[in-house]
Design a protein around this ligand. Structure first.
Ligand code: ADP
Length: 199
């Protein structure tokens, strides 16, 4: 039930102070792309590079979040919207804590990604488009999901039974078909340095 008598509690330590302590600007790296495109793999590699650089980061991975926080949600349109809404709210709290947060979810709909962006301040939301052709994703099929979808065992599978709306103006556009995981991850880190989010 929605509560109406709650107010947002101001905190003594603000986002700016938390970020200064960590010597970085907080940001949200929002990875989007087809299943098997490489979101989790690249986000994990970026997280490792950030850790090496002594940056403070955290990765919210799609499947992991669905095990806990969003374990009650399925894949209907309504549940997909709620999935993204909750993730956006959690990511916002982590950004408020001064972290560089990564989210790796297919997030196929532009409107949902725009909703996530609208929760953050200017410059904090960084859309990372993992642009891998569906034929390549299907060939990789790391979780065997394309096989199941082609066999008609998964309804509404993005790219087959359900649309994927590619970003038109992603901040970072990664072509994984012609690059190694390390090169893709380095491309993200280079962007963060260029934007002075990390040193
Ligand atoms: P997603 O999170 O988008 O569903 P995953 O990261 O789980 O995708 O799977 C991507 C698969 O593609 C992995 O098996 C990974 O090893 C492989 N792969 C091959 N080349 C690349 C690359 N350049 N970038 C990312 N993943 C790659």
């Amino acid at each position: 039930m929605k509560t109406e008598n709650t107010v947002w509690h101001p905190q003594h330590i603000d986002k700016k102070q938390r970020a200064e302590l960590k010597k970085q600007k907080p940001a949200l790296l929002w990875y989007t792309g087809l299943s098997g495109s490489g979101k989790s793999t690249i986000a994990n590699a970026v997280d490792a590079l950030l850790f090496e650089r002594q940056c403070h980061s955290y990765l919210l991975d799609g499947d992991n979040v669905r095990h806990g926080l969003n374990g009650d949600l399925g894949f209907s349109d309504q549940d997909r919207v709620e999935n993204i809404r909750r993730i956006s709210e959690v990511a916002k709290l982590f950004v408020d804590a001064g972290l560089i947060v990564s989210t790796a979810f297919i997030s196929p709909f532009r409107a949902d990604r725009a909703l996530a962006e609208s929760k953050l301040n200017q410059g904090e939301f960084i859309e990372v488009f993992i642009d891998t052709p569906i034929e390549v994703c299907e060939q990789r099929d790391p979780k065997g999901l394309y096989k199941l979808a082609r066999a008609g065992e998964i309804k509404d599978f993005t790219g087959i039974g359900s649309a994927y709306e590619a970003p038109e103006t992603a901040h970072i556009h990664i072509d994984t078909d012609n690059k190694s995981v390390q090169q893709c991850a380095q491309q993200v880190v280079n962007y963060l340095i260029k934007q002075q989010i990390i040193q």
